[in-house]
Design a protein. Structure first.
Length: 358
């Protein structure tokens, strides 16, 4: 275990986006992007923090970042040479994140920037996804070890509290969420299943269940939908699964482009996801209507969206944090199974450009 106190670098990010005209397939919305600086940064995970700001990982730069809804950014160094993956808030008031191989660690950062790293036993475990469970513990996937891990933030020595639950060989677990039923759900790229484990069970390992997805699927990430179902992305599809493990819908989202990544529920009651190769942010209604919003800049390499404390969609890019405010809907009509939403007058984009100082 390593412990180090790091001072934050505070910066007011360069605003490099504003309202843009979008193609016919999308109603106009407002994109705003905040520059993270130069070099290989690759912002990856992002989550809502306990302080009203959003916290994110810099995959390649080995930093944890904090951004307010007004775009003020603070970064904290992490004493590791390994890539940082995903991040989540815990009940202890801190943020917890995963450190990929060869570090193989679970990290904790306080709101003031104190970083602690806890070792995951073994080599090439590859901790990736991470989430707070209904039991108050942190759960994470070990993509390289075919395991689900658990660590207790409230323990005097969290590293000693670390427990692992083995999955079948070749499962390759990736994304993980606390589902609508209070269970931990995760995507298995290797088997094509969605896995479920009960964090409140006396023996969580005995509760492990795998649910098959449509043939040919390789699910990566998932979200709790507005309808109480589990939604997940797999290749060029977005699927819906009930909490009893039945896939009820499969939507083709090839219109968004390739490289579909994380998915989240927006404040508008729809599903939102990013396509990395397609360079798009897309909205999918629970009925299956798809709206595609191309990102303002080419090769943004978008990764993960969340709904921020302001109700907007926030997402990570290679060297930027993006924000999207969808147009306000005034009417919705349904014809032949396709839903069209008419926008209200588009919001005016922010036009000021403060200098980046960090």
């Amino acid at each position: 275990m390593k412990r180090i106190i790091i001072g934050g670098v505070v910066a007011l990010a360069t605003l490099i986006g504003s309202t843009i005209a979008l193609p016919a397939q999308a109603a106009t919305g407002t994109f705003t992007e905040y520059d993270l600086g130069v070099g290989d940064i690759r912002a990856s995970g992002i989550t809502n923090g306990p302080d009203g700001a959003m916290w994110f990982t810099e995959f390649a730069a080995q930093k944890i970042g904090r951004i307010t809804t007004s775009g003020a950014i603070t970064t904290f160094d992490v004493p590791s040479s390994s890539d940082l993956q995903q991040i989540t808030a815990a009940n202890d008031g801190n943020l917890w994140f995963t450190v990929d191989s060869p570090g193989d660690q679970i990290g904790r950062i306080t709101p003031t920037g104190t970083v602690t790293l806890f070792d995951v036993a073994g080599a090439n475990n590859r901790p990736v996804g991470i989430v707070l469970g209904a039991d108050g513990k942190i759960w994470f996937t070990e993509l390289g070890a075919d395991k689900i891990g658990r660590i207790d933030p409230a323990a005097a020595d969290p590293e000693a509290s670390l427990t692992e639950f083995a999955l079948p060989a070749g499962s390759i677990p990736d994304g993980i969420i606390s589902g609508p039923d209070g269970k931990i759900w995760f995507a298995e790229q290797g088997t094509g299943d969605l896995g479920r484990i009960d964090p409140l069970a006396a023996d969580p390992g005995a509760s492990l269940t795998a649910f098959p997805t449509p043939a040919g699927s390789s699910p990566t990430n998932l979200a709790t939908g507005p309808d109480g179902a589990v939604w997940f992305v797999a290749d060029t599809k977005v699927d819906r699964m009930t909490t009893v493990g039945t896939v009820t819908d499969q939507f083709d989202v090839t219109g968004a482009g390739n490289g579909v990544e994380f998915i989240t529920t927006g404040s508008d009651g729809n599903l939102w996801f990013l396509a990395q190769a397609g360079n798009t942010l897309s909205r999918l209604t629970p009925a299956g209507a798809l709206t595609v919003y191309p990102l303002p800049q080419a090769d943004s390499a978008p990764t993960k969206p969340i709904t921020g404390p302001d109700g907007a969609l926030w997402f990570t890019e290679a060297n930027r944090i993006g924000r999207f405010e969808p147009p306000a809907a005034v009417t919705t009509t349904t014809t032949g199974g396709s839903t069209t939403t008419a926008p209200a007058t588009p919001a005016v984009g922010v036009t000021t450009t403060p200098a980046f100082t960090g």
